[in-house]
Design a protein around this ligand. Structure first.
Ligand code: XMP
Length: 518
């Protein structure tokens, strides 16, 4: 199945859970898309969805201005699952009742199951579910049967097998709900009859076909950053159009240890991709000499990056109207595309100012990851044979080590930080923590401190260990690294990295701190 065929539409009714629901649907191997609740029945029909899921939401269905959907959608004969607010909306719109008792139900609750077939096939009473609601459904839609209850939810699940309309008051998409993923799969596969065909292999086939159709026999350019998104995008496009693709890796001198070599090894030697490795460290250090203001650093790096990329593109004939590259690959992901109205994507992107496009070259964009969530990108990367160190690499900011070097960025200071960073990463990996941490790295402040080593006094830099957990980088918590790991890192930093005589641990969450230091 390609994504264009019968997507599951997840209607966003104002919950923070719409994305999570869409991901759970994908985990059940069915393609999903998030749509706004203002979508019309005609627009829904035009997408020929295989099923519809109505998300939760923070409002009460009887509140003025609470989100609702075009009632024409109910007449399309498409299987519908309502979750929490979505279930209440189904009850309100289709002849059931929702009442406000003033008593909500939040968190873990045990379900009393009265009908363990269909949606709740073989579920027993006592199954733990996760609740978050103020109002109660007291009667499901006309024609539906009540399937379960809880102390504060007389109708905690309902189903109408004839119309294929189902609702659950609880949240099957959250991990705390036992059998939640099973319920979603039951709805999609058994009740809506959707085949589980959205797999890594089918994603690759579909995206390869799309890239081929878009690009034809034109040439394509891709800026590799060393990060997972651009790497997977490049590998997919290469699979689609082979040597029509040229990749450019600009080594700014501010990359992580071995990053350039690993990109070269993977793309040039393993995938045989045409790779231009621009060694531009000198230009970046020259441009950054004497600059200490964080925003000025970002701007200088961003602009120089674009200028260098432009030079390479022009040398290849881009923008000349000849047979130079016409398409530019971008690793845009689905969460960037979703118009959630939450402003999250906009916030994250506002400082993703490095690797921006040279506007006057007039490329058309090729975005093979536009439909994918990050975990799918990683899975596709693995399927395509990209090595683990690229697929599972932690995020790294566009301006590179520069935003972790407080004060002036010099080749010497960049070298100290790169060596320190390699030690932090190595030990975090050795402790088996690398994948569960959002980021873990070293920071070089602009002070030096006195120390004593052997017989002598030292006056050298401290290194700050920064490690955070996070889901999306919008908020983050400082990671409680085990003390023995901190100790090993600290010992190695002081013994192995020239120029370092002290180690500190950053225990700031975001907010109030940011993840990076600049
Ligand atoms: P902060 O430091 O704002 O960072 O908490 C949030 C996430 O974004 C990354 N980051 C960047 N990524 N270009 C990027 O591509 C940038 O200029 C940039 N600045 C920060 C940071 O590593 C973290 O994951």
């Amino acid at each position: 199945m390609t994504e264009a065929d019968h997507p599951v539409l997840v209607v966003d009714l104002g919950a923070q859970y719409a994305q999570l629901i869409a991901r759970r649907v994908r985990e059940a191997h069915v393609y999903s898309e998030i749509v706004q609740h203002s979508i019309s029945a005609a627009e829904v029909a035009a997408k020929q969805p295989g099923a519809i899921i109505l998300s939760g939401g923070p409002k009460s269905v009887y509140e003025e201005g609470s989100p609702s959907i075009d009632p024409g959608i109910y007449e399309l004969g498409i299987p519908i699952l309502g979750i929490c607010y979505g279930a209440q909306l189904l009850a309100r719109d289709l002849g059931g009742t929702v009442t406000a008792t003033g008593r909500g139900e939040y968190g873990r609750t045990e379900l009393e199951v009265s009908r363990s077939t269909g949606l709740l096939e073989s579920w027993g009473s006592g199954t733990v579910v996760w609740m978050s609601h103020g109002d109660q459904i007291t009667a499901g839609p006309a024609g539906s049967v009540s399937m379960a209850s809880t102390p504060e939810a007389p109708v905690a699940a309902f189903g109408d097998d004839d119309r294929r309309i189902y609702g659950v008051q609880f949240h099957p998409e959250v991990a705390h709900t036992e059998r939640g993923q099973e319920l979603i799969a039951m709805f999609l596969h058994d009740l809506a009859g959707l085949a589980p065909t959205w797999t890594n292999v089918s994603i690759i086939e579909a995206e390869v076909a799309k890239v081929q159709a878009q690009v034809g026999d034109e040439k394509v350019l891709c800026a590799l950053s060393g990060g997972v998104d651009s790497a997977v995008a490049a590998a997919l496009v290469h699979k689609a159009v082979g040597d029509q693709l040229t990749c450019v890796f600009v080594d700014t001198g501010l990359m992580r240890s071995n990053e350039g070599d690993q990109v070269e090894e993977t793309f040039k030697n393993q995938f045989h991709v045409e790779l231009i490795h621009v060694k531009a460290a000198d230009r970046f250090f020259a441009a950054l000499a004497g600059v200490t203001d964080p925003e000025a650093k970002r701007k200088i790096i961003g602009e120089l990056f674009i200028r260098i990329f432009e030079e390479v593109a022009r040398e290849l004939g881009a923008g000349s109207g000849g047979d130079g590259p016409r398409y530019l690959v971008q690793g845009t992901l689905y969460p960037d595309v979703i118009e959630s109205g939450s402003g999250h994507a906009a916030n994250i992107k506002s400082h993703h100012n490095v690797g921006g496009l040279p506007e006057d070259l007039d490329f058309e964009l090729c975005e093979p990851l536009r439909a994918l969530f990050k975990d799918e990108v990683r899975a596709v990367g693995e399927e395509l044979g990209l090595p683990e160190h690229i697929v599972w690499r932690q995020p790294f900011p566009g301006p590179g080590l520069a935003v972790r070097i407080v004060g002036e960025v010099t080749p010497e200071r960049a070298e100290i930080l790169r060596n320190a960073d390699a030690v932090v990463v190595e030990e975090v990996k050795r402790a088996g923590l690398y994948r569960e941490l959002w980021q873990s790295f070293a920071v070089l402040p602009a002070v030096r401190t006195v120390g004593v080593m052997g017989d002598g006094r030292t006056y050298a830099y401290p290194i700050i260990i920064r490690a955070v957990t996070s889901d999306d980088a919008m908020t983050a918590d400082w990671a409680r690294l085990p003390y023995d790991v901190v100790e090993t890192i600290a010992n190695r930093l002081i013994n192995e990295v020239d120029g370092v005589n002290r180690v500190a641990l950053d225990v700031t969450s975001k907010p109030p701190g940011t993840i990076e230091w600049e």
